[in-house]
Design a protein around this ligand. Structure first.
Ligand code: THU
Length: 133
């Protein structure tokens, strides 16, 4: 499947990155089952550890607007290599969006797509919370 529009939205969101410490701009765009796109950028904080990644910004915006079903997320950065979601984002995406497609882009305009189950095998999800002894 082509994700041209989603990738474009991720690149546009990257321009809003607030990354004065790392200077590493990231943008993400997540699409709902009905085709709505929500974008996000990374937002850094002087405490550093409270940094919000672009992926979590995007999914938080979508969820807070009442969205619950997603099909894919695209991620863009300024790096030459493919940008992949960090561990924290993998957890949040798997938990809140499930086994969606993750479209990772590189500085040469290429993209590769992986399923969330490939990026986070054996996830901890809310399924286990309903199966306590
Ligand atoms: N970052 C993201 O926003 N998404 C990723 O997938 C990887 C890392 C951000 C966090 C931080 O602001 C900067 O990139 C450098 O790690």
């Amino acid at each position: 499947m082509k994700y041209t529009k989603l990738i474009k939205a991720a690149n546009k969101a990257k321009q809003r990155s607030h990354s004065p410490y790392s200077k590493f701009r990231v943008g993400a765009a997540i699409v709902t089952r009905s085709g709505r796109i929500f974008t996000g950028c990374n937002i850094e904080n002087s405490s550093l550890s409270l940094t919000m990644c672009a992926e979590r910004t995007a999914i938080s915006k979508a969820i807070s607007e009442g969205q619950r079903q997603f099909t894919a997320i695209a991620i863009a950065s300024d790096a030459k290599d493919f940008i992949t979601p960090c561990g924290a984002c993998r957890q949040v995406l798997m938990d809140l969006a499930g086994n969606i497609n993750v479209v990772m882009t590189d500085g040469d305009g290429r993209s590769k797509t992986a399923r969330m189950t490939e990026l986070l095998p054996m996830p901890f999800t809310n399924a286990v919370l309903t199966h306590i002894l």
